[in-house]
Design a protein around this ligand. Structure first.
Ligand code: SF4
Length: 339
């Protein structure tokens, strides 16, 4: 069975079961995790573990090079998110090799890989340049697909058309940084695009048959917990396949750090326990067919200001969320009226 048949079967299954009654620890997504987990989704799709390997293809971003802005989003420091093995001065092939070695030392060896074009805006280049980089990644042995992080204002019809063609034979996922559904917040963090544009691009990408992911930050300035909770319903209505959430982390030296120091009362920075409660209530309001890749973000402590949760890794927090969902007999979509 090829990847597309497997994906189709799985997605048809998810749609069919929709909001079926949860019983005997079987949830609508077909496994016993209490949320529709990305790692399980990928295992189901490929029949085993697939390792994501990040690369830095050397792109920039329109919010930095002057076409939209020069200072970037107020919270941004790409260095803080870029794995140590990524180096834009090395070829994509070299970076994939190093990424595979890096992960093999820490985790079980995987045989198949998704190449994650991660820092900056990875569709922000002429199409021939993009084709060359993506094809180099896809030709590496064991690479079964691409995950491409970008901004909604950095794709056009030609790029989407070409990726849609590629998606017929490979796992192709575009991961859009959306960050918030509130237009005022997007202005305040100097994002340089609107949520309205994000919605249009998400709809177009999905309609063209490309897997569509979205990234959101919880805790952006000016947003109250109630406003953030309201995002769950809006996100559930977007035609996205996968989603990542990060708690806001204040990175040293950013514009956001200055803003926080000047006016801390306009931020709602979650404490760890409070965030776990919040994200569980949030997940209870998300549609079951939405695959969740992350609940939290992790930045090396040297980049962080004093406002953080200590040295806890994402995996540890995930275990806490799993345990809390179990304890409360709760699950993704428990309080969502429609699927
Ligand atoms: S769009 Fe991304 S890379 Fe560009 S400034 Fe914002 S967060 Fe940074």
């Amino acid at each position: 069975m090829n990847i597309d048949q497997r994906r189709l079967n799985f997605e048809v299954y998810l749609n069919q079961v929709g909001q079926q009654i949860v019983s005997n620890n079987k949830f609508p997504w077909g496994h016993s995790r209490r949320f529709n987990s990305y790692s399980e989704y990928i295992k189901e799709l490929f029949g085993g573990r697939v390792q994501k390997v990040a690369v830095d293809a050397g792109f920039t971003c329109p919010n930095r090079d002057g076409s939209v802005g020069t200072g970037g989003c107020t919270y941004c420091d790409n260095e803080a998110f870029n794995p140590s093995y990524c180096n834009p001065n090395e070829s994509i092939t070299e970076q994939i090799k190093k990424g595979i070695e890096f992960h093999a030392k820490r985790y079980r060896r995987a045989k198949e890989f998704l190449v994650y074009f991660q820092p900056f805006s990875n569709t922000y280049a002429p199409l021939p340049v993009l084709k060359e980089k993506y094809q180099e990644a896809l030709s590496f042995p064991g690479v079964v697909g691409l995950v491409i992080g970008t901004r909604p204002d950095c794709v056009d019809d030609a790029i989407l058309d070409w990726l849609a063609g590629l998606a017929k034979n490979h796992y192709i996922q575009i991961e859009y940084g959306i960050e918030s559904v509130n237009e005022d917040t997007l202005k305040r963090i100097i994002r340089g695009h609107t949520f309205e544009l994000s919605k249009q691009i998400i709809e177009k990408t999905h309609a063209m048959g490309i897997r569509t992911g979205a990234h959101f930050i919880l805790g952006l300035p000016g947003e109250t917990p109630e406003m953030m909770m309201g995002m769950a319903e809006i996100i559930s209505q977007l035609p996205i396949d996968t989603v990542k959430f990060h708690q806001l982390q204040i990175i040293k030296g950013t514009q956001l750090e200055k803003e926080y120091i000047a006016n801390p009362s306009s931020f709602h920075l979650f404490g760890l326990e409070e965030y776990i409660d919040f994200i569980i209530a949030f997940t209870e309001r998300l549609r079951p067919s939405l695959v969740i890749e992350r609940f939290t973000g992790e930045v090396p402590p040297r980049f962080l200001d004093q406002y953080h949760w200590g040295l806890l890794r994402n995996d540890e927090i995930l275990r806490m969320i799993d345990a809390r969902l179990e304890e409360r007999d709760s699950w993704q979509g428990k309080y969502l009226a429609i699927c």
